[in-house]
Design a protein around this ligand. Structure first.
Ligand SMILES: NC(=O)c1ccc[n+]([C@@H]2O[C@H](COP(=O)([O-])OP(=O)(O)OC[C@H]3O[C@@H](n4cnc5c(N)ncnc54)[C@H](OP(=O)(O)O)[C@@H]3O)[C@@H](O)[C@H]2O)c1
Length: 255
């Protein structure tokens, strides 16, 4: 079992990009604190990470609730006495609906997961991250800068996350904070678009995502996970505040 690798808190680790990132981090010798709501799946992911030699703990809970942030950081402090990186990967797309039909409860749930969760976890983690001169990676999306009609809740929450990245870069000079654009990844979130977007999203937008799938253009999570781990370990201080895409040549250079 690793007993001196960098310590990573990773949210949304029960499936998709987060699950692949957990395995990549375990392979690279990191010590892990993993979060998601589905405790059964999260325990399975953690068991596989331990099987790869990574000291791994889990915190089952909704990242939109303040106590989850506290429990994540206390778990890192208690078991590892340090924290080197936080990857905010947990995310949800719905509601898919125009602003004119906005359901306040659905928008609030979306913003809790996509935006307030990262705010609260950062607040709890910053003392340890300052001490380690550590890193924060916000998993964002192209939709934060390219408006997709009917994705208002998700896209505005991620745009806010990009700006939070810039704010933190100014407020916390000892910590390197970046936002990451993973591209189109073959996960449950893409299935949600295909299942829930029909008849709601503009037809040409919906057709584009169906086409990505049919043409096999979705990237496997295992292809993107190494980029996320590389940023968590090696994002350069001068990049702090940036929104960095998966195909940025600087990322390839980090690998
Ligand atoms: N897939 C893409 O094409 C794509 C493109 C751009 C950006 N992204 C971003 O990539 C990240 C990962 O998404 P994905 O594609 O891997 O989606 P996914 O397969 O749906 O996985 C989302 C993960 O987030 C967790 N999660 C959701 N709500 C949560 C909450 N309230 N508290 C804690 N965990 C929560 C889920 O676990 P539980 O359900 O067990 O809680 C799951 O592990 C997201 O931030 C997403 O916005 C994805």
């Amino acid at each position: 079992m690793t007993d001196n690798g960098p310590v990573l808190i990773l949210t949304g680790a029960s499936r998709g990009l987060g699950e692949a990132t957990a395995y990549e981090a375990a392979r690279r010798g990191l010590r892990l604190v993993l979060n998601a709501r589905d405790g059964t799946r999260l325990a399975q992911v953690a068991a596989r990470c331990r099987g790869m030699g990574a000291a791994t703990h889990i915190v089952v809970g909704d990242i939109g609730q303040p106590e989850t942030a506290t429990r994540l950081v206390e778990t890192a402090r208690h078991h590892f006495a340090a924290l080197h990186a936080v990857v905010h990967n947990a995310g949800v797309l719905p509601p898919i609906a125009p602003v004119a039909q906005a359901d306040p409860a659905a928008w609030e749930a979306n913003w809790r997961t996509n935006f307030l969760g990262p705010v609260m976890l950062n607040a709890a983690a910053l003392p340890l991250l300052r001490a380690s001169r550590g890193r924060i990676v916000h998993v964002s999306t192209g939709a934060a800068v390219r408006p997709v009609p009917t994705w208002g809740a998700y896209a505005t929450a991620k745009a806010a996350l990009n700006h939070l990245t810039r704010i933190l870069a100014r407020e916390e000079p000892a910590v390197t904070t970046v936002a990451f654009r993973p591209g189109i990844v073959d996960t449950a979130m893409q299935a949600t678009i295909r299942e829930q977007g029909a008849g709601v999203m503009p037809p040409e937008e919906y057709a584009r995502f169906v086409r990505y799938h049919e043409e096999g253009r979705l990237r496997p999570p295992e292809e993107i996970a190494p980029l996320l781990v590389a940023l968590a370990l090696h994002a350069r201080p001068e990049w702090s505040g940036e929104f960095i895409a998966f195909d940025d040549p600087r990322l390839q250079a980090l690998l």
